[in-house]
Design a protein around this ligand. Structure first.
Ligand code: ADP
Ligand code: MG
Length: 290
């Protein structure tokens, strides 16, 4: 059973009073993202990749944008957290990545796999079949570009496509980096996660050199941030200059994040006025502004 499955209470599709939640219309000068593909990547687990992917997606939807989240982790945490149970899904949901259909059939499979979630984010869910993807893709010609090609027909239909990567630098994550225009890196400000960051930056560099020269690091998102510790502050001050990338405003550590997945909603719905929700809304605005 996937590690992130809510342990009790099941998945509630709707919070009381959430029906008809207000969505701000796009203003005339809104900088609309035209099919921007963003990979949320870090090979370390537990750094809030999934939380960042789904909450930023919900924040973009709140700004009137059309957003697809792709759950590329066999643990299906994004799928669960957006209120969809992978056991209710047909097994072929991930065929678009693993099957050998021609592009027309693959496009049909992709579309029939999509689900609308209560946060109004469109989801391409994960199934356990993804666990074997790195091995299954290994001897395919063009194995790094399968996701990129599968997404070609969708880019014009969404303002943003956000890919929630698995905690590895294997072929599925490489597929995400090859398909992406930008990558955001959730990062816990502690020494140990710092070490893996160099390896991730090196991988992104290699993908840029060999497969996707346009790939851009949008920035690092400091997550689970505890501003009371001098150590967290020191690490935060160090990462920007060290890696030469933008560092977004930290997302505070808060128990409210643990509550949201059990409701099948993001924190924007379960605790809309919390500091965490406000920080993710600002991050979504920063990303939408380019
Ligand atoms: P990853 O996808 O990198 O493995 P997750 O998004 O699943 O990480 O987050 C790991 C755990 O941390 C989850 O239980 C999540 O609810 C929790 N979490 C995420 N962000 C925060 C935060 N800002 N404060 C407290 N807990 C958080
Ligand atoms: Mg995850």
């Amino acid at each position: 059973m996937p590690a992130c499955r809510p342990s009790s209470g099941g998945i509630h599709r709707q919070l009381p009073g959430e029906r008809g939640r207000h969505r701000a219309p796009l203003s005339a000068n809104h900088n609309r993202g035209v099919g921007r593909v963003i990979a949320v990547a870090n090979q370390k687990g537990g750094v809030a990749k999934t939380t960042t992917a789904i909450t930023v997606a919900a924040g973009l939807v709140d700004s009137g944008l059309k957003v697809l989240v792709i759950d590329l982790d066999a643990q299906a945490c994004a799928t669960f957290s957006l209120g969809i149970d992978p056991e209710d899904l047909p097994a072929e949901t991930t065929d678009f990545l693993l099957g050998d259909a021609d592009s027309e059939r693959r496009d049909r499979e992709l579309r029939s796999a999509m689900r609308m979630t209560d946060d109004a984010v469109t989801l391409l869910p994960a199934t356990l079949a993804l666990a074997a993807a790195d091995v299954a893709l290994a001897d395919r010609p063009g194995r790094e570009r399968i996701l990129d090609q599968a997404l070609q027909g969708l880019r014009t239909e969404f303002d943003f496509i956000i890919i929630d990567c698995s905690p590895s630098l294997g072929l599925t994550t490489i597929n995400a980096l090859v398909a992406a225009d930008e990558v955001i890196v959730p990062f816990k400000c502690e020494t140990l996660s710092h070490r893996g960051l160099g390896q991730l930056m090196e991988t992104i560099d290699q993908v840029k050199r060999w497969s996707n020269p346009g790939l851009r690091i949008a920035g690092i998102v400091p997550t689970l941030f505890d501003g009371r510790t001098a150590h967290a502050k020191a690490v935060l001050a160090d990462i920007g200059p060290r890696y030469g990338v933008r560092v977004f405003e930290p997302i505070p550590r808060s128990i409210r994040f643990a509550e949201a997945p059990a409701a099948g909603r993001t924190i924007l719905a379960t605790a809309p006025n919390s500091a965490g929700a406000r920080a993710y809304r600002r991050l979504a605005q920063e990303l939408a502004a380019g």
